[in-house]
Design a protein around this ligand. Sequence first.
Ligand code: 73E
Length: 821
Amino acid sequence: MTPAPCDLGNSKDSLKNSIINHLRFTLGAYVESASKNDWWVATCLAIRDRVMDHATKSRTLHRQSGVRRVHYLSLEYLMGRLLENNLRNSGLYESTKAALGEMGKDLDALLDCEPDMGLGNGGLGRLAACFMDSLSTVNLPAIGYGIHYEFGLFRQEFVNGKQVEHPDAWMRDGSPWKIARPSYRQTVQLYGRVVQKFDDCGHPRSEWVETKALLGLPWDIPIVGYDSHTVNVLRLWQAQADEDFNFQVFNEGSYVEALRDKAIAETVSKVLYPNDSTESGKELRLVQQYFFVACSLADIVRRFKVGYTLPWSEFPSKAAIQLNDTHPAVAIPELMRILVDLEGLPWNEAWKICQETFAYTNHTLLPEALEMWSVSLFERVLPRHLQIIYQINQLFLEGDVEAKWPGDSEKKRSLSLIEERGGKYVRMANLSVLGSHATNGVAALHTRLLCERLFADFYALYPDRFLNLTNGITFRRWLDVCNPQLSALITETIGESWKKNADLLRNLDPHADDPAFRARYAKIKRDHKVVLAKIIEDECGVTVSPDALFDVQIKRLHEYKRQHLNLLNIVTLYREILDNPNADFHPRVFIFGAKAAPGYFLAKNIIHAINAVAAKVNNDPRVGDKLKVVFLPNYRVSLAEKIIPASDLSEQISTAGKEASGTGNMKLALNGSLTIGTLDGANVEIEEEVGSENIFIFGLTVEEVTELRAKGYNPWDYYWANEKLRNTIDWISSDYFTGNAEEFQPLRRSLLDHGDPYLCLADYQSYVDAQAKVDATYKDQDKWVKMAILNTARVGKFSSDRTILQYAEKVWNLPQVPIGE
Ligand code: 73E
């Protein structure tokens, strides 16, 4: 007899029942005495029950219909919190709030129990999270693959103004969202050596032997789309020791030693590397990359074999694989190894399958972020993969390159998968372009620079492989969840369809001229500023007025992002206020949020400098409320959700040509924060959309930067020519701010003696002038609010639904597969 289905209805009463059942039977708690955390867990589980049914349904339908699926491979997923997002996307927010309310619990208070799932560094990881939301929302069959890090990005604290890192134990108490899938465990090989054998037909076969084994245990996290029944999963691999292997072969008679090996094996998924836009070339990182790639490919191949009895040539028609930067690029030789060594396919057939399966997204032009692995390290960890890479390279250089540029060794050097100068290195970016059918940049300018600069020779050889897919953000999390008040006002004004079709936000355009609408829009902004002011008070002990202009720079700390240019302007303003106390300057609060990579010395010096200037400015009675500077510690997704709706001005001030896209720029503009920015990354397209009268653009363009460097840039010229700039730099590097003139010498030296690599001094005056224009504009509140509304109305292009549909159409050739009730 089929058991009666449990009640998974969406009514308030069904939800109430589920929550109580989970409290009692899953958590073993009394309703009367359960902790806040128990209530949060029980609520998550009640929602998860409802979601899992759709996950199973989606998977079954995708399998039965035999459609192509996309597999998104990323070393990072910056998911943030899941409960509110899942509630709003599934339409269960109101009924759950009511259910809890009847039991005397406040849903919004419970939401704060959830630790951020911070398995990423910054934009690249957050983009992966937005893409997962969009893939489910627009009904595309997809699986995200990544690593189940025990520790996500470090927790940041300031001690005497300096950054201190602590481990982020996000899942110390488990997580109600993840489900172990032990039956899909995989085994991965590492190290060892390669031997030549012959198969039954006498064909040579390479065999990888004497390897060390590692197990991968998958954990699934359901991804709920907005107003869609598709629930895809994010599958994260946890490393485990292969106990049989270790116990029997290596550790006979040594129980304690065997367990030591187990601990070492498990370090593989222990911690996220905390570097954004830099590579460190560490063995553990390569092992992490290969571990999750090998598990994921084995999982994809398993599904291909279970579902159909198709020839291998059909593999690409079932599986698209997207490489999120080069971090998972070892998937290319891994698939070749599977096809050639394990499945016995001829090389050329295997290579064709690889190229048709893979596509590659490049996220950066920064030379220090382009992954290169030393050949000796690669050979030790993945000896067979190195052989495969050599063979790919040889066939390529002797084939397509020789055909196009006969006898041109310079071209061969530039296109080779192996860098030969200053030691031998495997170039993962070249491998990624060559082993895939599509390479895309993440904003129009970035893609142009990829084609003209980084991959110019590849572009000449294979122009059709390159395309632009400008990044996007999910408007559900970055408007509906983080700013439900504005979301409601928009829905009341233009209807609800904008949540699935962001271009409809344009219908708000005429309302910018309606004073009543403007007043409501402005009140929502001010209310968020009141909330943020309270957070600032609690976190930084600084009182700020919600009537001041909230000027926000939130992103990783990196010289190219130029938080120190922002600081130069702040110190300039400080000087001006002291020199001219009666100047008509609208009060401003400069708000920073940023983590520095733990080993990035200058980035840490910049954080310290901002905190030191903040301490002086905030306590200087001559300044009063005119200027406040706050650095909110531990910037993360859930904090971004509080800052973004409260921001008036969005700082996007990278050196032109350095920020591939940026996505914070999109989130802030959507929430009506005006951009002050350079013509870099997606800022260029934001200007196109909102109109140049609704944005503050300043600074050198990419072409001007190139020209300036070509003629020889010398920051001292700017220093001596500009008295204000000179005074500012001298003041920061004096003993005024900390009592110790040595403290910020590293910053000073970088700006002057070391040539100011990111051109802060060249852009300084233009930035200061743009900031003066911001001040003048803000004084006309009607005008400012109009501009803010037009930003909200005109950034529909930056919905990640648009980006994902473009990937589906232009790269993956994927159908949309709606899932029924
Ligand atoms: O401009 C951003 C971009 O918006 C870019 O810096 C960032 O990716 C975002 C999403 O496309 C990025 N992160 C990394 N490379 N580019 C990176 C590199 C190494 C490790 C971790 C992250």
